[in-house]
Write a protein that binds this ligand. Structure first.
Ligand code: SF4
Length: 310
């Protein structure tokens, strides 16, 4: 039976996601012609659907956009895509997160100084594709440690290491250590964003005190999937759920009857209302008996308990 629900101190919408949604909503309200979002404004089904309901179109390629306004999503787009959009005369509204832009700016600052970039990121992710497009002949994308062996030693190359904004902090540390072994001259430009770091650190801190962690986020969200992986590794039991309807009562009965404390967190593209519905569902499963505690209040509660014992 669920007795405690711990809400992560850092979860849900990040600055870049809020900004992109605000820009897209504002654009949709004011536009007089068709508005299209390239790919997904952020990687969350509920958010994507809300724009669909507002009459905003969605295309996976700029080639399919006939005219009107094109919104570039939070993950950005490559210079090639922007060039095609401009050539088509589209009204471009750029909602790229400034922290994604910062990665591209950093790379484009050091390349003229002779650097080649090793970028640690998911090859298929929109952010990685956009970054790679800035200098495809100078950036090598590596998606996992095993791939390192596929590359030469490049002793004469000046190398810089960048990383996808939503990569796991532990994964990056391991990758960085292996990259430094292979290329001792490589310099790190740590480009994991603060929102990612804070959400992952909250999970590391929460995991020892909970029996299970629910991560609210879409399967399409890289940062939500990473948070679920970290939760599973740290806590042993974790589920990535799109919304409250994905919660199974069976998780908390039978073999799951030992689950008394449930941690709840959410990816950077998950709206608050989805998290609130998850908390409501967990409360209902406890027949309203579970205590809901904010992670940031846990230390205060522990200190109070210690004082009482003294
Ligand atoms: S996760 Fe980081 S880089 Fe991605 S949109 Fe949010 S703040 Fe920007």
């Amino acid at each position: 039976m669920i007795k405690k629900i711990i809400i992560a101190r850092s979860k849900g919408f990040c600055m870049g996601v809020k900004r992109a949604i605000n820009i897209a909503e504002d654009t949709a309200r004011k536009a007089t012609g068709p508005v299209t979002i390239l790919n997904q404004i952020v990687h969350n089904e509920a958010v994507v659907e809300s724009f669909r309901n507002m009459g905003v179109g969605q295309k996976w390629s700029v080639d399919e956009v006939e005219g009107g306004t094109l919104i570039i999503p939070a993950h950005g787009a490559s210079p090639d895509v922007m060039a095609v959009a401009r050539a088509k005369g589209l009204n471009i509204i750029d909602a790229t997160c400034p922290l994604v832009t910062r990665i591209c700016t950093r790379i484009m600052e050091v390349i003229p100084r002779g650097y080649y970039i090793i970028h640690f990121g998911d090859r298929d992710h929109d952010e990685t594709k956009g970054i790679l497009g800035h200098a495809p002949d100078r950036i090598t994308v590596i998606s996992n440690m095993a791939e390192l062996d596929n590359y030469p030693d490049w002793p004469d190359r000046r190398l810089g290491l960048t990383v996808q904004s939503t990569m796991g902090i532990d994964d990056f540390q391991q990758f960085q250590a292996a990259a430094k072994k292979k290329w001792p001259q490589i310099e790190t430009f740590d480009t994991i964003c603060n929102a990612t770091t804070e959400r992952q650190k909250a999970i590391f801190d929460m995991a020892p005190g909970v029996d299970m962690i629910l991560v609210v986020g879409s399967e399409t969200s890289a940062n939500s999937k990473r948070m679920a992986d970290i939760s599973k590794a740290q806590c042993g039991r974790s589920e990535l759920i799109g919304s409250a309807v994905d919660i199974s009562e069976g998780w908390f009965v039978g073999d799951g009857a030992g689950i008394e404390t449930v941690g709840v967190t959410a990816g950077a593209s998950t709206p608050d209302f989805l998290v609130e519905a998850v908390i409501d569902t967990l409360l209902a499963l406890s027949n309203g008996a579970a205590e809901v505690i904010l992670q940031e209040d846990l230390a205060v509660l522990d200190e109070t308990a210690e004082d009482t014992e003294k």
